[in-house]
Design a protein around this ligand. Sequence first.
Ligand code: BEZ
Length: 405
Amino acid sequence: MKQESEKKPQARRREFLKQGSALGGLAAIAGVPGLARAQSSGPVKLGLMLPATGTFAQLGSAIENGLKLAIDEKGGKLGGREVEYFKVDDESDPAKATDNVNRLVTRDKVDVLIGTVHSGVALAMVKVAKDTNTILLIPNAGADAATGPLCAPNVFRTSFANSQTGYPMGKVMAERGIKTAVTISWKYAAGEESVAGFKDAFTRGGGKVLKELWLPFPNVEFQPLLTEIAALKPDAVYTFFAGAGAVKFLKDYQAAGLKGRIPLYGSGFLTDGVLEAVGDAAEGVETTLHYADSLDTPKDKTFRLAYVKAYKTQPDVYAVQGYDTGLLLAQAFDKTKGGVDKPALIRAMETATVDSPRGAWHFSKAHNPVQDMYLRKVVGKQNRVVNIAIKQLDYPPADRCKMSS
Ligand code: BEZ
Protein backbone atom coordinates (compact mmCIF):
# COMPACT_ATOMS: atom_id res chain seq x y z
CA MET A 1 0.00 0.00 0.00
CA LYS A 2 1.19 3.50 -0.80
CA GLN A 3 2.20 5.75 2.10
CA GLU A 4 -0.12 8.81 2.42
CA SER A 5 2.70 11.17 1.46
CA GLU A 6 3.41 9.27 -1.82
CA LYS A 7 -0.12 9.60 -3.24
CA LYS A 8 -1.06 12.27 -5.81
CA PRO A 9 -2.22 15.46 -4.03
CA GLN A 10 -5.72 15.40 -5.50
CA ALA A 11 -6.25 11.74 -4.60
CA ARG A 12 -4.95 12.45 -1.11
CA ARG A 13 -7.30 15.40 -0.64
CA ARG A 14 -10.34 13.42 -1.89
CA GLU A 15 -9.49 10.50 0.40
CA PHE A 16 -8.80 12.81 3.34
CA LEU A 17 -12.15 14.57 3.00
CA LYS A 18 -13.98 11.26 2.36
CA GLN A 19 -12.52 9.57 5.44
CA GLY A 20 -13.34 12.52 7.64
CA SER A 21 -16.92 12.84 6.38
CA ALA A 22 -17.55 9.12 6.57
CA LEU A 23 -16.39 8.92 10.19
CA GLY A 24 -18.29 12.00 11.24
CA GLY A 25 -21.41 10.85 9.39
CA LEU A 26 -21.30 7.32 10.81
CA ALA A 27 -20.86 8.59 14.32
CA ALA A 28 -23.82 10.88 13.96
CA ILE A 29 -26.13 8.33 12.27
CA ALA A 30 -25.24 5.25 14.30
CA GLY A 31 -24.55 7.12 17.50
CA VAL A 32 -21.17 5.34 17.86
CA PRO A 33 -20.32 6.44 21.42
CA GLY A 34 -16.52 6.66 21.14
CA LEU A 35 -16.55 8.59 17.89
CA ALA A 36 -19.39 10.84 18.89
CA ARG A 37 -17.59 11.71 22.14
CA ALA A 38 -14.40 12.46 20.23
CA GLN A 39 -16.35 14.86 18.05
CA SER A 40 -18.20 16.93 20.57
CA SER A 41 -17.37 16.47 24.23
CA GLY A 42 -14.39 16.60 26.52
CA PRO A 43 -11.65 19.14 25.94
CA VAL A 44 -10.27 20.03 22.53
CA LYS A 45 -6.68 18.75 22.62
CA LEU A 46 -4.10 21.16 21.19
CA GLY A 47 -0.55 19.87 20.68
CA LEU A 48 2.02 22.68 20.92
CA MET A 49 5.43 21.89 19.47
CA LEU A 50 7.57 25.01 19.93
CA PRO A 51 11.13 25.81 21.00
CA ALA A 52 11.49 26.44 24.75
CA THR A 53 15.30 26.34 24.63
CA GLY A 54 17.98 27.53 22.17
CA THR A 55 18.24 30.51 19.80
CA PHE A 56 14.48 30.64 19.13
CA ALA A 57 13.22 30.06 22.71
CA GLN A 58 11.80 33.56 23.09
CA LEU A 59 9.96 33.24 19.78
CA GLY A 60 8.28 30.05 20.97
CA SER A 61 7.20 31.69 24.19
CA ALA A 62 5.68 34.71 22.39
CA ILE A 63 3.72 32.41 20.06
CA GLU A 64 2.33 30.42 23.00
CA ASN A 65 1.40 33.64 24.84
CA GLY A 66 -0.42 35.00 21.78
CA LEU A 67 -2.28 31.75 21.16
CA LYS A 68 -3.44 31.48 24.76
CA LEU A 69 -4.49 35.14 24.85
CA ALA A 70 -6.85 34.62 21.88
CA ILE A 71 -8.33 31.47 23.44
CA ASP A 72 -8.62 33.10 26.87
CA GLU A 73 -10.59 35.90 25.21
CA LYS A 74 -13.09 33.17 24.28
CA GLY A 75 -13.37 32.12 27.94
CA GLY A 76 -10.60 29.55 27.51
CA LYS A 77 -12.83 27.54 25.18
CA LEU A 78 -13.09 26.60 21.49
CA GLY A 79 -16.61 26.17 20.14
CA GLY A 80 -17.83 26.02 23.74
CA ARG A 81 -15.42 23.21 24.73
CA GLU A 82 -12.58 23.41 27.25
CA VAL A 83 -9.07 23.32 25.82
CA GLU A 84 -6.29 21.00 26.96
CA TYR A 85 -2.70 21.85 25.98
CA PHE A 86 0.00 19.25 25.35
CA LYS A 87 3.53 20.64 24.99
CA VAL A 88 6.87 19.53 23.58
CA ASP A 89 10.11 21.57 23.46
CA ASP A 90 11.40 20.97 19.93
CA GLU A 91 14.74 22.73 20.66
CA SER A 92 14.71 23.93 17.00
CA ASP A 93 16.41 20.61 16.27
CA PRO A 94 15.31 18.93 13.02
CA ALA A 95 17.01 15.66 14.07
CA LYS A 96 14.57 15.27 17.00
CA ALA A 97 11.52 16.57 15.17
CA THR A 98 9.86 13.34 14.01
CA ASP A 99 10.02 11.74 17.48
CA ASN A 100 8.75 14.93 19.07
CA VAL A 101 5.74 15.33 16.80
CA ASN A 102 4.89 11.62 17.05
CA ARG A 103 4.67 12.05 20.82
CA LEU A 104 1.88 14.58 20.37
CA VAL A 105 0.06 12.65 17.66
CA THR A 106 0.41 9.05 18.86
CA ARG A 107 0.83 9.34 22.63
CA ASP A 108 -1.30 12.41 23.37
CA LYS A 109 -3.73 11.98 20.45
CA VAL A 110 -4.13 15.72 19.93
CA ASP A 111 -6.95 17.07 17.75
CA VAL A 112 -4.83 19.86 16.26
CA LEU A 113 -1.05 20.20 16.01
CA ILE A 114 0.45 23.68 16.36
CA GLY A 115 4.11 24.30 15.48
CA THR A 116 6.71 25.49 14.99
CA VAL A 117 9.38 28.21 14.60
CA HIS A 118 12.24 26.50 12.69
CA SER A 119 11.62 25.61 9.04
CA GLY A 120 13.50 22.30 9.16
CA VAL A 121 11.51 21.13 12.18
CA ALA A 122 8.26 22.27 10.55
CA LEU A 123 8.92 20.17 7.46
CA ALA A 124 9.12 17.04 9.65
CA MET A 125 5.81 18.09 11.24
CA VAL A 126 4.24 18.45 7.79
CA LYS A 127 5.23 14.88 6.90
CA VAL A 128 3.78 13.40 10.11
CA ALA A 129 0.62 15.54 9.78
CA LYS A 130 0.11 14.26 6.23
CA ASP A 131 0.84 10.63 7.12
CA THR A 132 -1.57 10.67 10.07
CA ASN A 133 -4.26 13.03 8.71
CA THR A 134 -3.76 15.41 11.63
CA ILE A 135 -4.60 19.10 11.18
CA LEU A 136 -1.40 21.17 11.44
CA LEU A 137 -1.29 24.94 11.96
CA ILE A 138 2.18 26.48 11.46
CA PRO A 139 2.42 29.68 13.55
CA ASN A 140 5.86 30.78 12.32
CA ALA A 141 8.18 28.55 10.26
CA GLY A 142 8.25 29.94 6.74
CA ALA A 143 9.53 26.90 4.80
CA ASP A 144 8.18 27.67 1.32
CA ALA A 145 7.57 23.97 0.59
CA ALA A 146 4.99 23.62 3.39
CA THR A 147 2.56 25.69 1.33
CA GLY A 148 4.26 24.83 -1.97
CA PRO A 149 5.15 21.38 -3.28
CA LEU A 150 4.34 19.74 0.08
CA CYS A 151 1.00 21.51 0.57
CA ALA A 152 -1.94 19.48 1.86
CA PRO A 153 -5.60 20.07 2.77
CA ASN A 154 -4.82 19.60 6.48
CA VAL A 155 -1.76 21.91 6.59
CA PHE A 156 -2.27 25.65 7.19
CA ARG A 157 0.22 28.41 7.93
CA THR A 158 -0.83 31.48 9.94
CA SER A 159 2.46 33.37 9.54
CA PHE A 160 4.30 33.84 6.20
CA ALA A 161 6.42 32.03 3.62
CA ASN A 162 10.15 32.78 3.93
CA SER A 163 10.45 34.19 0.42
CA GLN A 164 7.31 36.31 1.00
CA THR A 165 9.17 38.40 3.60
CA GLY A 166 12.34 38.88 1.51
CA TYR A 167 10.64 39.76 -1.77
CA PRO A 168 9.26 43.19 -0.68
CA MET A 169 12.68 44.30 0.61
CA GLY A 170 14.23 43.51 -2.78
CA LYS A 171 11.57 45.63 -4.45
CA VAL A 172 12.06 48.56 -2.06
CA MET A 173 15.86 48.50 -2.39
CA ALA A 174 15.77 48.33 -6.20
CA GLU A 175 13.26 51.22 -6.31
CA ARG A 176 15.66 53.26 -4.18
CA GLY A 177 18.30 52.87 -6.85
CA ILE A 178 20.55 50.56 -4.81
CA LYS A 179 22.68 48.80 -7.40
CA THR A 180 24.73 46.20 -5.51
CA ALA A 181 24.13 44.08 -2.42
CA VAL A 182 25.76 41.31 -0.43
CA THR A 183 23.52 38.86 1.41
CA ILE A 184 24.37 37.13 4.68
CA SER A 185 22.31 34.50 6.48
CA TRP A 186 22.11 31.03 8.03
CA LYS A 187 22.31 28.24 5.47
CA TYR A 188 19.02 26.47 5.97
CA ALA A 189 15.55 26.80 4.42
CA ALA A 190 14.62 30.07 6.15
CA GLY A 191 17.81 31.91 5.19
CA GLU A 192 18.02 30.46 1.70
CA GLU A 193 14.39 31.21 0.85
CA SER A 194 14.42 34.67 2.40
CA VAL A 195 17.48 35.52 0.30
CA ALA A 196 15.88 33.94 -2.80
CA GLY A 197 12.75 36.09 -2.40
CA PHE A 198 14.91 39.20 -1.93
CA LYS A 199 17.04 38.35 -4.99
CA ASP A 200 14.00 37.72 -7.17
CA ALA A 201 12.65 41.26 -6.68
CA PHE A 202 16.05 43.00 -6.41
CA THR A 203 17.43 41.58 -9.67
CA ARG A 204 14.11 42.14 -11.50
CA GLY A 205 14.47 45.79 -10.46
CA GLY A 206 17.99 45.99 -11.88
CA GLY A 207 20.04 45.22 -8.74
CA LYS A 208 22.99 42.85 -8.59
CA VAL A 209 23.94 40.50 -5.74
CA LEU A 210 27.74 40.56 -5.51
CA LYS A 211 28.03 37.62 -3.14
CA GLU A 212 25.90 35.39 -0.89
CA LEU A 213 27.54 34.72 2.48
CA TRP A 214 26.38 31.83 4.69
CA LEU A 215 26.86 30.31 8.16
CA PRO A 216 25.44 27.03 9.42
CA PHE A 217 22.43 27.41 11.78
CA PRO A 218 22.68 28.47 14.65
CA ASN A 219 26.34 29.59 14.34
CA VAL A 220 27.00 33.25 15.30
CA GLU A 221 30.70 33.61 14.38
CA PHE A 222 30.02 36.59 12.11
CA GLN A 223 33.41 38.31 12.25
CA PRO A 224 35.16 36.77 9.20
CA LEU A 225 32.09 37.39 7.04
CA LEU A 226 31.78 41.00 8.21
CA THR A 227 35.41 41.53 7.20
CA GLU A 228 34.54 40.14 3.77
CA ILE A 229 31.56 42.53 3.48
CA ALA A 230 33.82 45.48 4.28
CA ALA A 231 36.19 44.39 1.50
CA LEU A 232 33.39 43.85 -1.07
CA LYS A 233 32.02 47.39 -0.46
CA PRO A 234 28.43 46.75 -1.65
CA ASP A 235 25.86 49.57 -1.71
CA ALA A 236 23.87 47.61 0.91
CA VAL A 237 23.55 44.35 2.84
CA TYR A 238 20.44 42.14 2.98
CA THR A 239 20.11 39.64 5.80
CA PHE A 240 17.92 37.06 7.48
CA PHE A 241 18.64 36.35 11.15
CA ALA A 242 16.19 36.00 14.03
CA GLY A 243 16.04 35.64 17.81
CA ALA A 244 19.29 35.57 19.78
CA GLY A 245 21.28 35.24 16.53
CA ALA A 246 19.82 38.54 15.27
CA VAL A 247 20.84 40.30 18.51
CA LYS A 248 24.44 39.14 18.11
CA PHE A 249 24.50 40.04 14.40
CA LEU A 250 23.25 43.59 14.94
CA LYS A 251 25.80 44.18 17.71
CA ASP A 252 28.66 42.70 15.68
CA TYR A 253 27.70 44.75 12.59
CA GLN A 254 27.96 47.90 14.68
CA ALA A 255 31.16 46.80 16.44
CA ALA A 256 32.78 46.04 13.05
CA GLY A 257 32.22 49.68 12.08
CA LEU A 258 29.80 48.82 9.26
CA LYS A 259 26.72 50.55 10.72
CA GLY A 260 26.37 53.92 9.02
CA ARG A 261 28.89 52.91 6.34
CA ILE A 262 27.02 50.13 4.50
CA PRO A 263 23.23 50.32 5.01
CA LEU A 264 21.79 47.16 6.55
CA TYR A 265 18.39 45.80 5.42
CA GLY A 266 16.59 42.56 6.12
CA SER A 267 13.38 40.69 6.55
CA GLY A 268 11.79 42.02 9.73
CA PHE A 269 12.88 39.09 11.91
CA LEU A 270 16.22 40.89 12.17
CA THR A 271 14.71 43.58 14.38
CA ASP A 272 11.48 42.06 15.77
CA GLY A 273 11.47 40.97 19.40
CA VAL A 274 15.12 42.04 19.87
CA LEU A 275 15.06 45.80 20.37
CA GLU A 276 15.28 45.68 24.18
CA ALA A 277 18.43 43.58 23.87
CA VAL A 278 20.39 45.42 21.15
CA GLY A 279 20.81 48.94 22.54
CA ASP A 280 21.22 51.37 19.63
CA ALA A 281 22.71 48.79 17.22
CA ALA A 282 19.43 48.49 15.30
CA GLU A 283 18.55 52.21 15.21
CA GLY A 284 17.51 53.23 11.67
CA VAL A 285 17.58 49.69 10.24
CA GLU A 286 14.82 49.14 7.68
CA THR A 287 13.11 45.80 7.14
CA THR A 288 9.97 44.35 5.57
CA LEU A 289 7.46 42.20 7.44
CA HIS A 290 3.74 41.50 7.83
CA TYR A 291 3.56 43.40 11.15
CA ALA A 292 4.90 46.62 12.68
CA ASP A 293 4.74 48.19 16.14
CA SER A 294 2.89 51.36 15.16
CA LEU A 295 -0.03 50.21 13.03
CA ASP A 296 -2.41 52.07 15.34
CA THR A 297 -5.56 50.30 14.17
CA PRO A 298 -8.30 49.68 16.76
CA LYS A 299 -7.67 45.92 16.55
CA ASP A 300 -3.92 46.33 17.07
CA LYS A 301 -4.37 48.77 19.97
CA THR A 302 -6.76 46.42 21.78
CA PHE A 303 -4.45 43.46 21.20
CA ARG A 304 -1.34 45.28 22.42
CA LEU A 305 -3.06 46.50 25.58
CA ALA A 306 -4.39 43.02 26.38
CA TYR A 307 -1.00 41.42 25.71
CA VAL A 308 0.89 43.85 27.93
CA LYS A 309 -1.71 43.39 30.69
CA ALA A 310 -1.43 39.59 30.51
CA TYR A 311 2.33 39.18 30.07
CA LYS A 312 3.92 42.49 31.25
CA THR A 313 5.91 42.78 28.03
CA GLN A 314 5.36 44.25 24.57
CA PRO A 315 4.12 41.90 21.83
CA ASP A 316 6.07 41.26 18.62
CA VAL A 317 5.36 39.57 15.31
CA TYR A 318 5.62 36.10 16.90
CA ALA A 319 2.98 37.00 19.49
CA VAL A 320 0.70 38.21 16.68
CA GLN A 321 1.16 34.97 14.77
CA GLY A 322 0.26 32.95 17.88
CA TYR A 323 -2.73 35.22 18.51
CA ASP A 324 -3.93 34.80 14.93
CA THR A 325 -3.62 31.01 15.26
CA GLY A 326 -5.96 31.27 18.24
CA LEU A 327 -8.35 33.57 16.35
CA LEU A 328 -8.45 31.12 13.46
CA LEU A 329 -9.14 28.15 15.75
CA ALA A 330 -11.85 30.09 17.56
CA GLN A 331 -13.54 30.97 14.28
CA ALA A 332 -13.34 27.42 12.93
CA PHE A 333 -14.55 25.73 16.13
CA ASP A 334 -17.41 28.23 16.43
CA LYS A 335 -18.51 27.13 12.96
CA THR A 336 -18.33 23.41 13.82
CA LYS A 337 -19.91 24.09 17.26
CA GLY A 338 -16.96 22.39 18.91
CA GLY A 339 -16.89 19.42 16.53
CA VAL A 340 -13.53 18.08 15.36
CA ASP A 341 -14.84 16.78 12.02
CA LYS A 342 -11.80 17.47 9.85
CA PRO A 343 -13.47 18.37 6.55
CA ALA A 344 -15.73 20.83 8.38
CA LEU A 345 -12.79 22.40 10.23
CA ILE A 346 -10.77 22.60 7.02
CA ARG A 347 -13.63 24.25 5.14
CA ALA A 348 -14.08 26.74 7.97
CA MET A 349 -10.40 27.65 7.93
CA GLU A 350 -10.14 27.86 4.16
CA THR A 351 -12.96 30.39 4.04
CA ALA A 352 -11.90 32.39 7.12
CA THR A 353 -10.83 36.01 7.14
CA VAL A 354 -8.68 36.68 10.19
CA ASP A 355 -9.25 40.13 11.67
CA SER A 356 -5.68 40.39 12.92
CA PRO A 357 -3.62 43.07 14.68
CA ARG A 358 -1.48 42.95 11.49
CA GLY A 359 -4.53 43.79 9.33
CA ALA A 360 -7.10 41.43 7.82
CA TRP A 361 -5.75 38.39 5.98
CA HIS A 362 -7.03 35.20 4.38
CA PHE A 363 -5.50 31.99 3.08
CA SER A 364 -4.25 31.54 -0.46
CA LYS A 365 -5.19 28.33 -2.30
CA ALA A 366 -1.95 26.94 -0.89
CA HIS A 367 -3.02 27.77 2.73
CA ASN A 368 -0.46 30.57 3.20
CA PRO A 369 -1.58 34.06 4.31
CA VAL A 370 -2.31 36.66 1.64
CA GLN A 371 -1.35 39.80 3.54
CA ASP A 372 0.03 43.34 3.49
CA MET A 373 3.82 43.60 3.76
CA TYR A 374 5.06 46.66 5.64
CA LEU A 375 8.28 48.60 5.23
CA ARG A 376 9.41 49.41 8.79
CA LYS A 377 12.20 51.43 10.35
CA VAL A 378 13.67 51.04 13.84
CA VAL A 379 13.08 54.18 15.91
CA GLY A 380 14.01 53.73 19.57
CA LYS A 381 12.36 50.55 20.80
CA GLN A 382 9.86 50.29 17.93
CA ASN A 383 9.69 48.91 14.41
CA ARG A 384 7.72 51.86 13.04
CA VAL A 385 5.70 51.64 9.81
CA VAL A 386 7.11 53.62 6.90
CA ASN A 387 4.52 52.43 4.38
CA ILE A 388 2.93 49.34 2.88
CA ALA A 389 5.63 47.93 0.59
CA ILE A 390 3.25 45.51 -1.14
CA LYS A 391 -0.49 45.14 -0.53
CA GLN A 392 -2.02 41.67 -0.08
CA LEU A 393 1.06 39.80 -1.26
CA ASP A 394 0.43 36.20 -2.38
CA TYR A 395 3.99 34.90 -2.81
CA PRO A 396 5.65 32.56 -3.70
CA PRO A 397 3.30 31.77 -6.59
CA ALA A 398 0.52 29.48 -5.37
CA ASP A 399 0.83 27.23 -8.44
CA ARG A 400 3.80 25.51 -6.76
CA CYS A 401 1.11 23.84 -4.64
CA LYS A 402 -0.86 21.19 -6.52
CA MET A 403 -3.70 20.83 -4.01
CA SER A 404 -7.14 20.74 -5.60
CA SER A 405 -9.66 23.15 -4.12
C1 BEZ B 1 12.21 29.70 10.09
O1 BEZ B 1 13.03 28.83 10.40
O2 BEZ B 1 11.38 29.53 9.20
C2 BEZ B 1 12.19 31.01 10.83
C3 BEZ B 1 12.75 31.11 12.09
C4 BEZ B 1 12.71 32.32 12.76
C5 BEZ B 1 12.09 33.42 12.20
C6 BEZ B 1 11.55 33.32 10.93
C7 BEZ B 1 11.60 32.12 10.24
